[in-house]
Design a protein around this ligand. Structure first.
Ligand SMILES: Nc1ncnc2c1ncn2[C@@H]1O[C@H](COP(=O)(O)OP(=O)(O)OP(=O)(O)O)[C@@H](O)[C@H]1O
Length: 394
């Protein structure tokens, strides 16, 4: 557990990076610090491993003031992942991963065996071990960065925008991988991002920060999205926080109808294994065998958006229904085989059954969301990088 006890940082030039933070980061969970650029996220993270020394207050690690610990030793016990991985360019991947075990005096064989284990854990092929960082993609480098941070099995991981330099698809994959790893390892993770979408996906606890590291709200993702503490936090969360909230609710339990019958005039085609291959429209069906292929083509939609009732969220189900020409979401099993259709009305019924997700907004908040940025909102702006992503939630 980490406890910030009035921890602040004032730089010699007078800049107040963090005014004085009181925050508990629980053990075995992921706490995400989110907030606009310059609000002090990195400073807060680095006060933990003493890359930044607080000028006021204390940071306690399992009850001990980190200022009393030898900095190098402290850092060897903390995994640290940064943007663009920060790998040593002249060292092969294997030796990059084994950095801390070497520093801890492990013999070469043991350190390398451990590094090979981690390579597999983060989903990289064994042959990657011999490569140099420049021979890897950005996403692969980030995976190596995570493996390196985990090498000596530290109980604590500090992650400073670790996935922000990769494209959205790779980023979603890395986030999923971190969730999987965290499910197995239960580390105490302190994660910095400026992307609220990422925060909601990864955090057990989210800390929304304002200027000078002032806390706007500390809450779990569902509470944050449904009950922002004030209009500044609501503005930071953005206008589609209701939809994001659906990304936290399971899609199980939506009433399905058979996909073998036409629905609203559209027929779902499947391949020999039962996987969807397209929607055939009413005109295409009528035209079959009588007109040229081009007529059929114009009435066939080959992209089928699906959802998996067992693992996906209401947001993905709603997405599937919205994208369907038949106005029905396509439910598939883990192998991608169609198990039925969820008519749009049934998806909406499931939203109702899940209960109201946002309490009535105060007038102030409604104004913020309806009319753009609130007046007098220093340092807080709707996150320009926030996008709806793949919509798979957690
Ligand atoms: N060495 C320094 N001297 C003076 N001011 C500094 C120094 N380092 C950081 N700052 C200031 O402290 C504030 C907090 O910086 P910090 O890097 O913690 O913010 P951040 O929230 O991580 O920003 P970003 O999201 O842009 O990375 C900023 O205003 C920054 O300009």
């Amino acid at each position: 557990m980490i406890r910030f006890d009035g921890a602040g940082k004032r730089h010699p030039d007078g800049t107040i990076a963090v005014a004085g933070l009181d925050l508990t980061v629980p053990a075995g969970q992921t706490t995400v610090l989110v907030g606009p650029s310059g609000c002090g996220k990195t400073t807060i993270l680095r006060m933990v491993n003493r890359m930044v020394e607080p000028t006021s207050g204390r940071v306690l690690l399992d009850g001990t003031d980190v200022a009393q610990l030898e900095a190098a030793k402290l850092r060897r016990g903390i995994g640290y992942v940064i943007q663009q991985a920060g790998l040593f360019p002249h060292r092969r991947v294997l030796d990059n991963i084994a950095t801390v075990p070497y520093l801890l005096g492990w013999d070469r064989k043991r350190a390398r065996a451990r590094a090979m284990e981690l390579l597999e854990l983060v989903g990289l092929a064994p042959e990657t071990a011999k490569r140099y960082p420049f021979q890897l993609s950005g996403g692969q480098q980030q995976r190596v960065g995570v493996a390196r941070a985990l090498a000596a099995d530290p109980p604590l991981l500090l992650m400073d925008e670790p996935f922000s330099a990769v494209d959205p698809v790779v980023r979603a994959g890395l986030q999923e991988e971190l969730l999987r790893l965290q499910g197995e390892l239960n580390k105490t993770v302190l994660f910095v991002t400026h992307d609220i979408e990422e925060a909601v996906r990864l955090g057990d606890q989210i800390v929304v920060l304002r200027e000078h590291g002032e806390i706007g709200q500390v809450a779990d993702p569902a509470t944050l999205l449904s009950a922002p503490a004030d209009e500044l936090v609501a503005a930071f969360l953005g206008r589609d926080r209701g939809l994001r909230g659906l990304g936290l609710r399971p899609a199980a339990g939506i009433a399905l109808v058979p996909h073998t019958l036409p629905f609203e005039g559209w027929t779902l085609s499947v391949d020999a294994d039962g996987r969807p291959t397209g929607w055939r429209g009413p005109d295409a069906a009528a035209a079959t065998g009588t007109t040229a292929d081009t007529a059929a083509d114009t009435e066939t939609i080959r992209q089928v958006a699906v959802y998996r009732p067992g693992t996906d969220t209401l947001r993905t189900a709603l997405d599937s229904a919205v994208l369907s020409p038949a106005r029905a979401a396509v439910a598939v099993d883990a192998a991608g085989r169609v198990v039925g259709l969820a008519p749009r009305a049934a998806v909406l019924d499931a939203l109702d059954a899940a209960g109201p997700q946002a309490p009535a907004l105060t007038d102030g908040i409604s104004e913020v969301n309806g009319a753009g940025a609130p007046t007098g909102a220093p340092g807080i702006a709707a996150d320009p990088a926030g996008n709806s992503g793949a919509g798979h939630g957690r």
